[in-house]
Design a protein around this ligand. Structure first.
Ligand code: TYD
Ligand code: MG
Length: 459
């Protein structure tokens, strides 16, 4: 095929330039030019033809709202994050650390889809067909009819997809695919963007549901340009500690369903198995309470999840370190300042480490109270009471703000046998409803110093 002309496009201003330069000539930004295929005006005109099929103008109220037909994957936890199943013509991007189980989960899903009568294709760019077969054998997928294609060249993948018309295709991974049209190396921003754009266009035009596997960078974001996340319909992240067997699949974006829904899996000898009642799996088992540990109830999608927050405060050197795993680092610095200013807990000359147990990532501010109480507990060397939970956002003025759906969180804690809780005042249940939280003593607080007093009184 004749090579098409490539140009360099600025990711900031969209200006183009015929050759690579360190600085964009249009807007002056540094290091923003990336290679892309120059489109002739005629092909550019048709670029989104498949996306907009109707030309008629209609009033919004007259358009019939039809829900998408979904194909369940046969894995309940995966369907939950997808919003019910795979959608025709939908493009799903699934990211996660190496070895977390992306290929395993997708192979399992394809196999059950194939067994339910859907035509599937697994395009592998990272492993050979034999390696995929070996994994299938390990997973106990005997006589699997999933079609496998070991290929990394985009043009060949596209023509195979068009020729075979599977219902669902997996590209494992998008970073290994390259297009002949670009000179840059596979995995580069330009290649990933171009290949994903072509695959997305094909999915929309042909109705094939395409799942792209993406790598994550050291920082934990999906490798490749941010545009990748804009291009696709659904973005899923695989989370979890490779040392523990539990894995979370989280929806970050979903045009066909709710976001922040999670699917919980356990990695077993024979692949990933869904965990349907996950609320207590992230609690580590201490016979007696230890200093620096506080359990919180976080809300993941529709399900409450109990997570242990651990803190270690230890005397540091001249420039003490603040390190957080699974929690926001900037927020930790802020909470330490609030602790000092409003509760008189000073950690200026101390190293502070905090960790959400089990490799969970908590992004909601409702973790604030548990983080602060565990830090104070570690500093004082005094454990929090047995069977204790806390949640609530803490503001810069030291006020404790309510967490969304607090009653649900409390109910889950009561169900699991926790006996005392510190919660924001607005989350405290009414007197008449207290029966539902039997066994759980609820202390409602307005401010962080109040929370500290309650803990001292409980000790
Ligand atoms: P894999 O799906 O290859 O990860 P990814 O595609 O995200 O890089 O998962 C590989 C890991 O899972 C590997 O460490 C072995 C483990 N594993 C099991 O524990 N049980 C199994 O049945 C399989 C297939 C893999
Ligand atoms: Mg893999």
């Amino acid at each position: 095929m004749a090579k098409e002309k490539t140009v360099f496009t600025c990711t900031d201003c969209g200006g183009t330039c015929p050759k690579w330069l360190g600085k964009c000539p249009a807007c002056g930004a540094w290091n923003t030019l990336i290679e892309s295929v120059a489109e002739s005006t005629s092909s550019a005109k048709h670029r989104f033809a498949s996306l907009a099929k109707t030309a008629e103008v209609m009033a919004l109220g007259d358009i019939e709202a039809s829900d998408m037909a979904r194909t369940p994957t046969g894995h309940e936890e995966l369907d939950r994050v997808l919003g019910g199943g795979m959608v025709e013509g939908g493009v799903v991007l699934i990211g996660g650390d190496p070895g977390i189980g992306k290929s395993t989960l997708l192979l399992q899903a394809l196999d059950s889809l194939q067994r339910s009568g859907q035509k599937t294709l697994y395009v592998t760019g990272e492993e050979s067909g034999a390696q995929v077969a070996l994994r299938a054998q390990r997973l106990g997928l005997l006589n699997s009819k999933v079609n496998v294609l070991a290929e990394i060249q985009l043009e060949k993948i596209l023509s195979t997809l068009s020729a075979t018309q599977p219902h669902i295709a997996v590209i494992d991974s998008i970073q290994t695919v390259y297009s002949d049209q670009l000179t840059s190396a596979p995995g580069s921003v330009a290649q990933v963007r171009e290949c994903a754009a072509h695959l997305t266009r094909l999915a929309k035009a042909s109705g094939i549901c395409i799942v792209l596997v993406g790598h994550v960078t050291k920082e934990g974001a999906l490798a490749g340009p941010r545009v990748l996340e804009h291009m696709v319909d659904t973005v899923l992240y695989f989370e979890g500690d490779t040392h523990s067997s539990f894995r979370l699949v989280r929806a970050i974006k979903n045009r066909f369903g709710a976001v922040n829904e999670i699917g919980v899996f356990a990695m077993t000898e024979r692949g990933l198995k869904g965990v349907s009642n996950p609320s207590a799996i992230f609690l580590s088992q201490h016979a007696e309470p230890v200093p620096g540990s506080c359990v919180m109830v976080t809300l993941e999608g529709t399900r409450p999840l109990l997570v242990e927050i651990q803190a270690l405060v230890d005397s540091g050197g001249p420039s003490p370190r603040r390190l957080s795993v699974g929690l926001d680092k900037d927020r930790l610095a802020m909470l330490l300042a609030v602790l000092h200013r409003h509760a008189g807990v000073a950690c200026m000359d101390q190293d502070v480490f905090v960790n959400a147990v089990g490799g969970v990532r908590i992004s909601e501010p409702a973790a604030d109270l548990a983080v602060m109480l565990s830090i104070a507990s570690s500093l004082r060397g005094k454990p929090l009471p047995k069977g204790f939970i806390a949640f609530g956002e803490v503001g810069l003025a030291g006020e404790v703000r309510p967490a969304p759906r607090g009653q649900e969180r409390l109910k889950e804690a009561a169900k699991l046998g926790f006996s005392s809780a510190i919660v924001p005042k607005a989350n405290a249940p009414k007197k008449s409803a207290l029966k539902e939280f039997e066994g759980l003593t609820i202390h409602a607080v307005d401010r962080i110093e109040e929370a500290m007093q309650v803990v001292r009184a409980l000790n």
